[in-house]
Design a binder for this molecule. Sequence first.
Ligand SMILES: [Zn+2]
Length: 363
Amino acid sequence: MHLISPSKVIKGKYAWDQAIPEIRNLSKRPLILGRSNSTKILRSKLSNDLRAFNLKVTDALLEFDCCQEDLDRLSNILVKNECDLVIAAGGGKVLDAGKLLAEYHLLPCITVPLSASTCAGWTALSNIYSKKGQFIKDVKLQSCPNILVYDHYLISTAPIKTLTSGVADSLAKWYESSVTSSSNKDGIIQQAIQISRVLRDQLFIDGKKAYENPIVDNLSWKNVIEANGLTAGLIGGIGGEKCRTAAAHALHNAITQLEPKNNPIHGEIVGVGILIQLRIEEAKNNNKLAHQSIKQLTKFLKDLNLPITIRELGIDVFENNNLQKIANFACRKESEIHFLPFSITPKDIVEIISEFEKLKIKI
Ligand SMILES: [Zn+2]
């Protein structure tokens, strides 16, 4: 089964206003799910806009992460208020939780990303974490959201690090899919990989311009947010599982286990994961181009003020056996790291990361 995209994508400066008639067609009693204090004003606007049309809106909050405890509590709120639609308005964790909640209750789902930090508003996937943000597993959903509302004004209010972090997460599509699937003979997968290459090139061209001038009327900013929230989702939709993840995301999942002190968001960790993945390819797969890619990507991540080492995420890998813990988790039997076209062991990871963390990369 292919779950390629949401049934409708409403995007642009006035996307939310355009979505209201669609929401009225679908629902009398929507639940609006959010999380952070910083998006409270935006979420009240969404609620009030719907109440103005006599919809009975229930506001609900994610307390921790997209974790089972939160989902159970939110399920009770949803049932008690007889909600007939889930509107998830927030970052990746809120979108993931909203999609799961809708699926548990066989309800339609509308995603309203309030930042350009991930493509979670698009995909038929949710990640489940612990209360403390440690990755547990990903869950494949029965469908993509019914409607994705990608409102440029709402997204422009998000902190800049959500945009840069989203850039790192989108770049991973190319670095991960090209290594895992370049020898795959399936035409659609090859086309998905090529879209991810064009996406990478676009981000290299527009990323810094978007970062320096994050406003709705900056074409580079628009290109970057749509790359992060839409195109990255499409690549996973048409390319399938092997176009999604490899070592960079496996390392992300491992690093979250140690609860990094600087509270990095998803893409900030994934960006470091890509650099380590390239180092793995150089050491284990004799990839002669990897060194040049590491230099190019390191400079780009630094230009966007993104972390480039695990230390910068808030973990000293040389303390508390941290390095071994990361290596063991990244190489679990079910880990995406094994999508790499060569074998990899915890010992390899320990060697590569310890060398990598000591390295002073000169640009
Ligand atoms: Zn990701």
